[in-house]
Design a protein around this ligand. Sequence first.
Ligand code: ZN
Ligand code: ZN
Length: 353
Amino acid sequence: MSEQAATYECPNCGAALTFNAAEQLFTCDFCLSKFTRQQVLSANSEAKLREEEAAEAQFNAQMNEYECKHCGAHVIADTNTVASTCAYCHNPVVLVGRLSGEMKPKKIIPFGYDKAAAKEIFFQFVKKKWFVPKAFFVKEQVEKIAGVYYPFWVTDVNTDSQIKAHGTHIRKWRSGNREYTEVSHYEIYRRGKIHFEDLTTAALSDADKKMLEGILPYPSAALKEFSMPYLSGYTAKKRDIERDDIKAELKGRIDRYSERILRATIMPYSTLDVYGRNSRVLNSHWDYSLLPVWVLTYRDEKKGKTYVYTMNGHTGKVHGELPVSRWKLALFAGAVATVLTGLFTLIGGLFLQ
Ligand SMILES: [Zn+2]
Ligand SMILES: [Zn+2]
């Protein structure tokens, strides 16, 4: 068998290693570490790999995978929980079979609100939104609210970051009929080791990501070691984005955060221009995690649009793009017009007296 580096994890940060033939070293393009073959083998010991494979196999044996033929959603559920309808489009889902691949989560935030509580919060939310069509919150519709665990990568990162900047202080004064301007130039350099804790990235495609943004964050203190009973009665969305696919995006976020943190240590200048930045990942730790979401979708057939209401299953934070009832809005406009007419009459009446 040829030396397949892709199956080896970086001992430093858990990203996949690639073998650099020229240097005869294994390199990690996330944390830029280099390892000899011996170092990689001892970190990815045969026993450890086999243990992880066994844990994966055991998890997969207890999980079924379902597919919605209508919208293409893939969900997983433990074998004691039967998924019958799709949480997104409410059509029947079909059983694909036992789960395969490396899908076992390391961490989980369990649901903190049950279905009754989630429905109550939804009613509270929608009650104040008088323009929402009634069909959105009739009992049978709200009954479709579903508890779904969403897949996330939760990452801790240590960096060595630096920025270079050019700053000026500008002083102006007047003496007699002359104006003087003094410009002082400063070269500024900041460097520091920064620890980022629990950077959360959805392991899903962009549409899902957008939907989740409104209900973030999840407090990392609520993360628990994964165990099967937490899944009981719930489905989990199957991830469609791998760790290696989000590395570049995550690095971009780390670079931006690092720059902001280092920038904040610079005293105010008249002008400041950051012209150099560099952030090196020293090491990182990745936990594949499931986080709880209550989802309620509403399909407006006339407009051909699906509205999605989501609630953070731990904090209760809600987010929803809501349908607007045209006639309710029209009624409101009518009411405003009436009140205005009333006011004019009143004012007119006062003037006439
Ligand atoms: Zn690495
Ligand atoms: Zn569906």
